[in-house]
Design a protein around this ligand. Structure first.
Ligand code: ARG
Length: 579
């Protein structure tokens, strides 16, 4: 539709140039994107405002001239001037019916294979091993997983990357602690890995001999000492089991095949340093090897280094991130790499990408982007903590969400069997946590509130899941009543037209989610879809209408249901048939 409207506008402009209303050369070629979507699927163009000045006419007057010069087209049922001079196009309802018919007949709901499929690396979750995952990892895991699903759905090849922090000082501490406490059994580690790590960290800070031993063990580990490596494997396995269990419960796609943690890059780090050196980028600063680029300075205007190797020979977070780029470009041949990481790491990624470009690790054609996200705050507006001030463990948080969901479910759905209630509570509780996160613009901080996310009103998972279950129930009743879905639904009532327009915008919404890395755009879309449906359902009875009308409305309902289920799936949420 957009292209069609752009073509019509171009014809009108050419006409105005030909008749002298617009001076030659003032009218730009009309780009499809200059006609913006209006909220409900019609189109608005600000062309008249752009051209008013060169034409020397008030924008509304020029808008009228454009309308007069528009060729007739049966895809458009009307054009109006709005506000200061916007041109609002209304799409003809038979065009819309055809669009809906095409969606109904298409198993992919209008999503077609991209002209040029990309290889997209998505870096997300990335907990630090030897520590239990906590809420800080939740956002990355959930947002990253939704983006994986959207890119795959759009036909791109996605490579998931879990860049776990599985190397370096903390492992030295653990090895030293283990050496000093050989009685520590694996069961103890599983039961309280966090406590084990904390004890090691405490001793590391307090006891210089222990710290020295820990550092020596890091060196042994880095040079591949067999005993150290065996223990390292064991620690990793224990902690990864925690992560796997959480991924499974959250319905997150990450598996062990997606692990390319910091340890993977150990052997490449000296080569990264050598290559930076060969490119003439390294500067020694107090014994450390650094890269200074002109574009990075601190507040005082002093140059800001990216430290590559410490004076003691140790490598840094940035060094392994330079290595991730080489792997992703060299081996994975990616066109795009998205890093779903806390926004406080923004400068780190800007520096790493810039250094990689300067060193020739990262070609101009590859799109690398840090998709930062804000902090998850408690209702007091401060970073989310337990009452005692500790970090909240992810497993505990999910348990509480499900427990609270069970209370809401018991109240809202008193007739569910206990088995059904348990299943619904688990689904609703987990979905609520995920959706609450996904529905906020990732770049801002957000307030974690169990009450808000479990509400059946508003832009929440329970609302959407319930809407979905009600649609599924209507489908069953239609089937039972022998109603079949029309293949080309008639769009007569306003509520039908509005719903249809919204349905027609599904693929374009997915494109935008991918383009901007913003799953909240999909949440908004689905919430609006459910709202349009609810208006439609009130205004347009399905079951008690004459057969042709019922069949047409059944088709619209079933398409809405399919889009909602598909959209939720892309957010990593499984719809329920009954609630
Ligand atoms: N483990 C890191 C952290 O917890 C996140 C890693 C993100 N990915 C990356 N390639 N740096 O902060």
């Amino acid at each position: 539709m957009k292209t069609r409207i752009a073509e019509l506008l171009q014809t009108a402009v050419d006409h105005l140039v030909a008749n002298g209303t617009l001076p030659e050369g003032t009218a730009p070629a009309i780009r499809v994107d200059d006609s913006k979507d209006k909220a409900h699927g019609d189109f608005a163009s600000n062309l008249a405002m752009m051209l008013a000045k060169p034409a020397g006419k008030p924008p509304r007057e020029l808008a009228q001239a454009l309308i007069d010069a528009l060729p007739a087209d049966n895809a458009i049922s009307g054009v109006e001037i709005a506000g200061p001079g916007f041109l609002n196009f209304r799409v003809a309802s038979d065009v819309l019916s055809d669009q809906i018919a095409a969606l109904l007949a298409d198993a992919e709901l209008g999503v077609s294979a991209p002209a040029a499929p990309e290889t997209v690396v998505i870096d997300y979750s990335a907990p630090n091993l030897a520590k239990e995952m906590h809420v800080g990892h939740l956002r990355s895991t959930i947002i990253g997983d939704a983006l994986v699903r959207v890119f795959e759905r759009l036909g791109h090849r996605v490579i998931r990357q879990n860049h776990v922090g599985d190397w370096g000082t903390q492992f030295g501490m653990l090895l030293a602690h283990f050496e000093a406490n050989p009685a520590d059994a694996e069961e103890l580690l599983l039961a309280d890995l966090e406590g084990f790590y904390q004890a090691a960290k405490k001793q590391f800070d307090a006891d210089p001999a222990f710290a020295e031993r820990a550092r020596a063990l890091v060196v042994s580990m880095q040079s591949g000492d067999a005993e150290c490596m065996a223990l390292w494997h064991r620690f990793n396995d224990i902690t990864l089991k925690h992560a796997d269990a959480l991924y499974a419960r959250l319905g997150v796609l990450l598996t062990r095949d997606n692990l390319d943690g910091e340890s993977r890059y150990n052997d490449d780090l000296p080569r990264v340093v050598a290559d930076l050196d060969a490119a003439g980028l390294l500067t020694e600063d107090a014994g450390a090897k650094c890269v200074f680029l002109d574009e990075f300075t601190n507040k005082a205007g002093d140059p800001l280094p990216l430290i590559i190797q410490k004076a003691d020979g140790g490598y840094l977070y940035a060094t392994s991130d330079l290595a991730t780029i080489r792997l992703r470009i060299g081996e994975y041949q990616c066109d795009r790499s998205l890093y779903v990481v806390d926004k406080r790491q923004h400068l780190h990624f800007q520096q790493v990408f810039a250094v990689a470009r300067a060193a020739g690790f990262l070609p101009e054609s590859a799109h690398f982007e840090h998709l930062g996200f804000g902090t998850m705050n408690g209702e007091d507006g401060r970073p989310f903590k337990t009452r005692a001030g500790g970090t909240v463990k992810l497993a505990t948080l999910l348990d509480e969400a499900v427990e609270r969901a069970a209370r809401v479910v018991a109240e809202k759905l008193p007739n569910a069997s206990s088995e059904e209630a348990a299943l619904i509570s688990e689904r609703v509780g987990i979905a609520a946590v995920k959706y609450a996160d996904l529905s906020k613009n990732r770049s801002t901080d957000y307030t974690f509130s169990f009450d808000g996310m479990l509400s059946f009103d508003g832009n929440t998972a329970p609302y959407l899941l319930y809407a979905c279950a009600r649609m599924a129930s209507l489908m069953r009743r239609c089937d039972a009543a022998g109603i079949t879905a029309a293949s080309v639904p008639a769009l007569e009532m306003d509520a039908e037209v509005e719903l249809a327009k919204h349905l027609a915008r599904y693929t374009q919404t997915l494109d935008r989610v991918a383009e901007r890395g913003l799953p909240n755009l999909l949440c908004n879309y689905l919430f609006e879809l459910a709202s349009h449906y609810s208006t439609f359902y009130e205004a347009c009875p399905v079951l008690n209408s004459e057969p042709a009308v019922a069949s047409s409305r059944f088709a619209l309902s079933s398409l809405t249901h399919r889009v909602l289920v598909d959209g939720l799936k892309l957010l990593g949420i499984d719809a329920l048939d009954r609630m």
